[in-house]
Design a protein around this ligand. Structure first.
Ligand code: PLP
Length: 446
């Protein structure tokens, strides 16, 4: 059968008829038919313009349509689209070298993957091989990917389809201070509490049984949860004490999102492994990977690295990655994230002051979240955890999107994470839309 795929109605109709969409009941979807994307904007088939205030899935950090990356992809396609992972290829050597230049200094080698989930899958295996131990710790409010192993790492409900799960995957609590069950005197007391709890849990699980602790350095889709000042340093010390590997999942938080190349740079903490994806190519092509420290790199000199992917180190992805890293550097985007992040933070604080529905705002660089509540004092979430029977959050999201503010929500949280090229005026203009929609949410509370 022949369809006219130039007709936006046909595009949408066939999309709904023949494509399965992620994380959705398929019955009542209403996808935007997108026609083009440039910079921090994209346009639908009716010519309506949207601010891309989540950088799609917090990956299009350099913005859409950057010609430097597009041309690098075109050049690579003409030269050589694919070569197997066993070969030495110029772009793979160059990207590894560029990455290691910007990564924390203890990082010595990289294993390239296709995306984030498989980066975590491989990091799990490396940690198990290196330590000879079985157990893997990760946190409840985390998302580490949707493949089976990564879903077992994940703590939030997106892990449930992988339940009852792989034995040895243990969850611990996040230092999520806004919703902490204990009324702490200050951040330091809270930090100590969570670190002591983690230590106790490791001892109960067996001092010599834990291979790795995985954490999103700054928790992303579960609400931009920023660790208290000494938390990551404390986790590092616990890992050293028990011979556990510290794995920072920087898939969302890496590549300038928090105002530093890697989020762990904000606290000067050096993990043993870093997983990355998303921002490495800004979504222009799929690519991810695992950075490993000297000790781990050395270990695999004599021990076989039992990891492999047909597309590990795909030349197209590597070419896109090199050009993307150049763009971050040439356009000063890491610094921009920090500078514009201040503006975004001020806007968010104003919203929190003004709107009864805003319980908390959290931000670091251009990575931020607005947490909605029924009541500021009781902090009761606008929708209960894991449930939204009244479809309130989709309603709020649709109001934002209708007014040209594209982003996504998770539980009772709205993510705001625009491309790192965004200008001050653009942040202010977009946040006016947020302000109007939050006024409507305030009304819903009455
Ligand atoms: N880890 C984190 C922190 C993420 O945010 C994501 C994706 O959103 C992943 C892992 C999974 O990455 P991917 O979707 O590329 O498999």
């Amino acid at each position: 059968k022949k369809y006219n795929f130039k007709d936006s109605k046909v595009i949408k109709e066939i999309d709904l008829l023949k494509n399965l969409h992620s994380w959705s009941a398929q019955g009542n979807l209403d996808p935007i038919v997108v026609e083009k994307a440039k910079g921090i904007y994209f346009w639908d088939s009716n010519g309506k313009k949207y601010f891309d205030m989540s950088s799609q899935l917090v990956n299009v950090n350099i913005g859409h349509g950057n010609m430097k990356v597009i041309e690098a992809i075109q050049e690579q396609a003409e030269k050589m689209t694919y070569m197997g992972p066993g070969f030495a290829v110029d772009v793979k050597s160059e990207l590894a070298s560029k990455l290691l230049d910007i990564a924390p200094k203890n990082m010595k080698k990289v294993f390239f993957t296709i995306g984030g989930a498989d980066a975590n899958e491989n990091a799990i295996k490396m940690a198990k091989m290196f330590t000879g131990r079985d157990k893997i710790f990760s946190r409840y409010r985390s998302y580490h990917g949707a493949t089976y192993g990564a879903a077992n790492l994940t703590g939030e409900p997106r892990r449930f389809p992988a339940e009852p799960g792989i034995p040895g995957f243990i969850k611990f609590f996040d230092p999520y201070l806004y919703r902490s069950p204990v009324d702490f005197k200050d951040e330091e007391e809270a930090c100590n509490y969570y670190l002591e709890q983690l230590t106790e849990q490791i001892i109960y699980e067996g001092r010599d049984s834990v291979a790795a602790i995985f954490l999103e350095t700054v928790t992303g889709s579960n609400g931009v949860i920023i660790p208290p000042e000494n938390y990551l340093k404390g986790v590092r010390e616990i890992c050293d004490e028990f011979g556990i590997l510290m794995v920072c999942d920087e898939i969302m938080a890496g590549f300038g999102r928090t105002g530093e190349w890697f989020a762990c740079d904000n606290w000067g903490v050096v993990p043993d492994l870093i997983t990355f994806a998303k921002g490495i190519t800004s979504g222009y092509l799929p690519l991810g990977g695992v950075l490993v420290s000297q000790d781990i790199a050395d270990f695999f000199n004599d021990t076989t690295l039992m990891c492999g992917l047909t597309y590990s180190g795909h030349p197209m992805g590597c070419a896109a990655g090199i050009a993307t890293l150049d763009v971050y550097q040439e356009e000063g985007l890491i610094k921009n994230s920090k500078l514009r992040g201040k503006v975004l933070g001020e806007e968010l604080e104003l919203l929190k002051e003004k709107h009864p529905s805003v319980g908390d705002v959290r931000y670091i660089g251009l990575f931020s979240a607005i947490e909605l509540v029924k009541d500021k004092v009781s902090k009761e979430p606008l929708v209960p955890y894991g449930q939204d029977p009244g479809k309130i959050m989709p309603l709020i999201l649709s109001k934002l999107i209708k007014q040209g503010f594209f982003t996504y929500t998770h539980e009772n949280i709205i993510i705001v994470a625009p491309p790192l090229i965004i200008k001050e005026e653009e942040i202010k203009e977009a946040m006016q839309i947020m302000d109007r929609v939050l006024s409507e949410v305030d009304e819903m509370l009455k």
